[in-house]
Each structure stands twice: as C-alpha cells, then as structure tokens.
Design a binder for this molecule. Structure first.
Ligand SMILES: NC(=O)c1ccc[n+]([C@@H]2O[C@H](COP(=O)([O-])OP(=O)(O)OC[C@H]3O[C@@H](n4cnc5c(N)ncnc54)[C@H](OP(=O)(O)O)[C@@H]3O)[C@@H](O)[C@H]2O)c1
Length: 330
C-alpha cells in the first residue's frame, strides 16, 4: 500500500487507515460481534493498513482492549492512534481535560493497548472548564515521558460549528493556534467525505500549510456512500444513524444522486462506490489519511484497495459536480 507521512515528525502510515469505532460503539451490532472484529483488524494489517484509530471511550474501553489483543502480536506493523478527554456517564458523555486525568487516562490506555508507547495521542474534545493549553501541556509531558510519540486534536461534529458562530472549523483553528504555542500538532482528525466536504474550506489548507496530517473521519458518510444502505431500512436505537438527520428515509432517498455518481465513477475503475469515496478523500492532499470504520474483515480489505485507485481529472470533476448533501444537524 502507498505510504503517507503526517506531521513535522514525518510519521509514516499506510494511505488508508482503519477506524475501529464501529467494532464497539455507535453502530448496531457492535457489542455482539466482539472477537470477530479482531479478524477485521488483522485483515487490515495484512493489506498494508497501519493506522488503527481507537479511543478510550469507544465501548467504553472495550475497543482499546480489542485493538490491544492484536497489537500484542503485531505491534511493529501498526501505528496506533487513541484518544482521551471524553468520559462516558450514565446519561451523557462529558469532557475532562484536567491534566491529572489526562495522565491517568494515558496510563490506562497503554495497559489496555498492551503497548509501551502510543503513536498518536489525540484530544477527543476540549473541556470548556479547562484552558486547552493546560490539557495540551499534560499531553506534551507524555511525549517527554516517552509514553506518546505525537499529539493530535479531534475536530468532529456539528457542535463545533454551532459554537463558533462562523465557519465550520473556526473554533478548531483557534484551538489549534493555541495548542501549537505549547507543543506541535501532528494530526487533526475531522470529518471529510464526498457528502461532508467542509474541512476543505479552511481546515485542510491550514493543516497543509504547516505539514500537519488530516485523519479523515467518517469518510464513507457513516456507510451511506457505500451504496449498501436502503432508504427506509431503519436502524437499531443504539445506532447513531437512528438519530442522524441524513438517515431518515426521506433524506436517504434525497441523497441517492451521490451514490449514483460514485457508482458511475466506480464503474470506470472496476471499483466499488466505497472505494471511490475513499479515493476522493485521498485525492484531497498527500497528508490526508482516511480512516474508514468497519466491523467486517471484508470491508477492511475492500477499503484498503482504495489506496490503489487514482481518480482522473474527469472523475474529480464529475464528483465535484454532485449535488450537496441534504439534511444537517443544524
Ligand atoms: N474523533 C472523533 O470524534 C470521531 C468521530 C467519529 C468517527 N471517528 C473515527 O472515524 C472512523 C470512521 O468513521 P465511522 O466509522 O463513524 O464512519 P464511516 O467510516 O464513514 O462508515 C462506517 C460504516 O460504513 C460501513 N462500511 C465500511 N466499509 C464498507 C464497505 N466497503 N462497504 C459497505 N459498508 C462499509 C461500516 O459497516 P460495518 O460496521 O458493518 O462494518 C460502518 O457501518 C471511526 O471508526 C473512528 O475511528 C472519530
């Protein structure tokens, strides 16, 4: 698989990563699959994927445990990215950016992941009660202590947009500018896909100008862009799509032209819509690494295959001409 470098430290990873979240969190069937998901991680590594994206709150904790069981056998082949800063409570997920907590969370993640160093440690969400410089300073101390190789910041979710009162990633960029004063950012994790391209406006140029990597979360539009979901199919209550405004029957029907467009380009390459959706993300910049989520080993293999697809100028023009997605959190 093609390799890409992220951050000024020039860390190398396979061009297509693996989002491990659906194996333990946010999608129906995740908890039931359990150990079978380990095969998915193995399948991804077999294909040359190296970046495994997890977080302590996925499960909570079970996703890191699962990834740790694979790392125990194949640590040298993997680049592990995990996150701190969100705690799962009975009713809500709450941010915790207190320095003491960050340090304890890192030690706990190292234990669950069965490793002595985390390649990329990301702040999942900033804690409004703690100046971000303090949280980031604690994370920087973890680099100094040799527990973490590099730091990243997550910028996922429409809430950031609502809080900013401006462009989609205005808040994120302000946060990035503040933490950069404390310790260099290696990567930003943000939603980027054919149906959510907002990161291209300001965030990706900001990262590119500084050699910062962009990990593209939800590159398959939570599965919609793969063309395997049917309008009106319904989702289990524990599946994030049961509440997602783009997954009502009406919006899924309205957004079918995106799938049709991806299929048309896919046919030119003998590829699947999922692979073209990922190839489009890869085409947005050499420091962009999509992290498609998957529970199934079949999907991990298919998605890794996207690294071999080169979209032509005509393909990119056709995809750029697709209608904007309908349905939003705002
Ligand atoms: N930092 C953050 O706050 C944040 C937020 C969201 C996501 N993320 C990261 O980003 C990763 C990706 O996001 P995501 O998993 O939510 O969304 P996604 O990658 O856009 O889509 C995942 C969904 O697509 C399905 N899928 C994957 N490959 C497929 C294929 N080739 N054909 C058909 N269906 C396929 C998966 O099905 P199965 O599950 O059935 O395999 C899963 O339901 C996550 O795993 C997580 O690591 C981070």
């Amino acid at each position: 698989m093609e390799r890409r470098t992220i951050g000024a430290g020039a860390l190398g990873v396979g061009a297509v990563g693996l989002g491990c979240m659906p194996m333990s969190w946010a999608y129906s069937g995740s908890r039931q699959r359990g150990d079978a998901s380990m095969q998915t991680v193995h399948a991804a590594l077999d294909q040359g994927t190296t970046l495994l994206d997890t977080a302590d709150m996925y499960g909570p904790f079970t996703n890191e445990l699962l990834v740790g069981r694979v790392l125990k056998e194949r640590r040298a082949e993997a680049f592990v990215s995990t996150k701190c800063g969100l705690l799962v409570g009975d009713q809500h997920v709450v941010a915790n950016g207190r320095p003491g907590y960050v340090k304890r969370a890192c030690d706990a993640s190292l234990r669950r992941l069965q490793t002595d160093i985390i390649d990329l440690y990301q702040l999942h969400r900033a804690d409004p009660e703690v100046p971000i410089e303090e949280t980031w300073g604690a994370m920087a101390d973890l680099v100094t202590a040799g527990k973490v190789r590099a730091l990243g910041l997550c910028a996922v979710g429409a809430r950031a947009r609502r809080r900013s009162g401006g462009g989609m990633h205005d808040t994120t960029i302000r946060q990035l500018e503040r933490v950069q004063q404390v310790f260099p950012v290696t990567a930003v994790e943000a939603e980027l896909s054919v149906w959510s391209p907002e990161a291209l406006d300001a965030l990706l140029p900001w990262c590119a100008a500084r050699g910062i990597g962009l990990l593209a979360a939800m590159p398959l539009g939570n599965g919609f862009l793969t063309g395997t979901l049917t309008p009106g199919q319904g989702f289990e209550p524990d599946d994030l799509r049961a509440r997602h405004p783009r997954f009502t029957a009406e919006m899924m029907a309205a957004n079918q032209p995106l799938v049709v467009g991806l299929r048309r380009v896919a046919a030119r390459h003998g590829a699947t819509p999922a692979q073209v959706a990922l190839a489009w993300v890869l085409a947005q910049g050499t420091q962009v690494v999509p992290i498609p989520g998957a529970k199934r080993d079949r999907w991990a293999r298919e998605n890794a295959g996207a690294a071999g697809i080169r979209l032509s100028p005509r393909d990119l023009t056709d995809l750029a001409a697709l209608p904007a997605a309908q349905g939003s959190w705002d």
